[in-house]
Design a binder for this molecule. Structure first.
Ligand code: NAP
Length: 306
C-alpha cells in the first residue's frame, strides 16, 4: 500500500488512536504520525510504546504541518480540543474525528473550523471495553465498518482521501448523514449499552443475591452484559449527553416491547414468546452472515479482543 497522508496528527491517544496508528504503520499509510494526549502520563506511555514518531506536549505542536488531524477524544472534549488546534492547522489540511455521536460533534467542531481546512466527520464501528494507549491493536478495524458523515458542500477529494485511509486501515467505508447515523447507532450501540449498564446495576442492587453469587455463577447472558458495562465511563457519559433525542426515542420503543414481553410472561403466552424469539434469532443469523461476528460458542474463558 502507498502513503496516503504525509503527516497524521492524532489528538487523544487512547484505544482508537493507538489502533489507528498501528494499522497505519502496518499498511504504510502515513509517512509520519504525531500525537498529543492531555496528561503527561499518557504522553510518556506512548513515547514508550513508540506508535507515534513524535509525541508533543501541546496539541498545537502535534497538528503543525499535518495534512490529516484526527480528533480521538471523548465526544464532550471535541469542542475545546478543536478550539486549541484551530489556529495551527495547515491550509488544505483535513480534520476528522472518531466520535461515537455525529450531530453534536459537527455542532462542536464547525464553529472553530478555519477557512481552507476540510472537516470530514467519521466513526469507526469497532471498539472494546478497554481504553488507553496500551489497549490498541492493528487489527481492531479489520472488516469493520467506518462511517463517514460528510457535511454538505465538503470537498469530494478530501472525503475520498479519508475513505482510502480507512480502507487501508482495513475497514469498509459507508457514508450517511448525521441524523441517520445517530439514530442507527442509538439502536445498534447506545441503547444496548444503557441496557447492559442497567442489568448489571440491577444485579448489584439485588441484595437477596450476594455479590459473590453474581460473580461465581455468572452465566453467559449476564457475563456479556458485564463486559459491555465495563466500558469507559467518560466516553459513555458523553455519548448519552450528546445523543439524547435518538437514545430517548429508542428507549421509549424498548420500554414498550419490554412491557409486551412482560405481559406475555404474566399471561403464560408461550406462542407470543416463541414467535418473538424466533424473529430475534434471525437477526443474529444476519449479523453472522454479514461477517460481523462468528458463530463459535463464546464460552467466556478464552481470550477475546473485540
Ligand atoms: P480512550 O481510550 O479513553 O482515550 C481517550 C483519549 O482522549 C486519551 O488519550 C485522553 O487523554 C484524551 N482526552 C480525554 N479527555 C480529554 C480532554 N478533555 N482534552 C484532551 N484530551 C482528552 O478513548 P477511545 O476509546 O479511544 O475513544 C476516543 C473516541 O472514539 C471517543 O470519542 C469515542 O466516542 C470514540 N469511539 C470509541 C469506541 C470504543 O469502543 N472505545 C469506538 C468507536 C469510537 P489522557 O489519557 O491523557 O487523559
Amino acid at each position: 500500500m502507498s502513503v496516503i497522508y504525509r503527516r497524521v496528527a492524532l489528538i487523544g491517544l487512547g484505544l482508537i488512536a493507538s489502533s489507528m496508528a498501528l494499522a497505519m504503520r502496518r499498511g504504510g499509510l502515513a509517512a509520519e504520525i504525531t500525537g498529543y494526549a492531555r496528561t503527561a502520563e499518557t504522553r510518556d506511555t506512548v513515547r514508550e510504546l513508540g506508535f507515534c514518531d513524535q509525541v508533543f506536549d501541546t496539541a498545537a505542536g502535534a497538528v503543525a504541518g499535518a495534512d490529516l488531524v484526527v480528533l480521538a477524544v471523548p465526544v464532550g472534549a471535541m469542542s475545546s480540543v478543536m478550539a486549541d488546534v484551530a489556529a495551527h492547522l495547515a491550509p488544505g489540511a483535513t480534520v476528522t474525528d472518531v466520535g461515537s455521536v455525529k450531530g453534536a460533534v459537527i455542532a462542536a467542531v464547525t464553529p472553530h473550523l478555519p477557512a481552507g481546512v476540510h472537516f470530514v466527520p467519521g466513526h469507526p464501528l469497532a471498539g472494546t471495553e478497554h481504553s488507553g494507549p496500551r489497549a490498541g491493536f492493528a487489527e481492531l478495524f479489520d472488516n469493520r465498518w467506518c462511517l463517514l458523515v460528510p457535511i454538505e458542500g465538503t470537498d469530494r477529494a478530501a472525503i475520498d482521501r479519508l475513505r482510502a485511509l480507512w480502507q487501508g486501515i482495513g475497514a469498509n467505508v459507508d457514508e450517511m448523514d448525521a441524523d441517520h447515523h445517530d439514530l442507527v447507532l442509538a439502536v445498534t450501540s447506545h441503547a444496548p449499552h444503557l441496557i447492559a449498564y442497567t442489568m448489571v446495576g440491577v444485579a448489584d442492587d439485588l441484595r437477596r443475591v450476594t455479590d459473590s453469587e453474581v460473580i461465581k455463577y455468572s452465566a453467559a447472558g449476564f457475563r456479556d452484559f458485564t463486559r459491555i458495562a465495563a466500558s469507559d465511563p467518560t466516553m459513555w457519559r458523553d455519548v448519552f449527553l450528546n445523543n439524547k433525542a435518538a437514545t430517548l426515542e429508542i428507549l421509549g420503543r424498548f420500554t414498550e416491547e419490554l412491557f409486551a414481553l412482560q405481559r406475555a410472561i404474566r399471561r403464560g403466552d408461550g406462542d407470543y414468546l416463541h414467535a418473538y424469539f424466533t424473529r430475534t434469532r434471525a437477526i443474529r443469523r444476519g449479523i453472522i452472515d454479514a461477517g460481523q461476528d462468528t458463530d463459535a460458542p463464546d464460552l467466556g474463558r478464552g481470550k477475546r479482543k473485540a
